[in-house]
Design a binder for this molecule. Sequence first.
Ligand SMILES: [Mg+2]
Length: 176
Amino acid sequence: MREEFLIYGFDFDGTLCIHDYPRIGVPDEEMINIAKTLKNDGHKIIMITNREGKELQEAVLWCSSMGLTFDAVNDNLDEIKKAWGVNTRKIFVNKFVDDRAVHSEAFKLEHGRKGTLTQRIANLKDLVLIQGQDGNWDFDPYMLGMYNGMELALSVMEGRNPVYRNAPEHMKEKLA
Ligand SMILES: [Mg+2]
């Protein structure tokens, strides 16, 4: 066992296979291979699922038929139980992989008090429009650089190529 390892929690339905509960869906081979690679690299993997009884047993057997065996199923690692002296109801993992999971930072972007990501991009677009008005962007090299920097940021957010502006004639004269 390596000294430093991470604990990964994997959901089953919709994560290791296409969601088809109570049946077992088509395997997500890419995900299964990632889990196997992590385990081979010395990390720990836990199956975390709502499945119980017969359905749970079927899922565990299905995984082992694909060469995927877990260090724990719906339970904390023995190492964690021993170290903490308690088996907490929330299973401890370093990373949780679940088709229904949303990262807390992504969740704040969509629901937080600073507005949605879409709203924030719209705010940036307004500022780029103001900076792009004549008398602003073409005032001096600093303001031109500011415009092009803002345009670069907006283009990244919008997933497109930036449309830069070149120095106007009067600025070129000053620079020459
Ligand atoms: Mg799921």
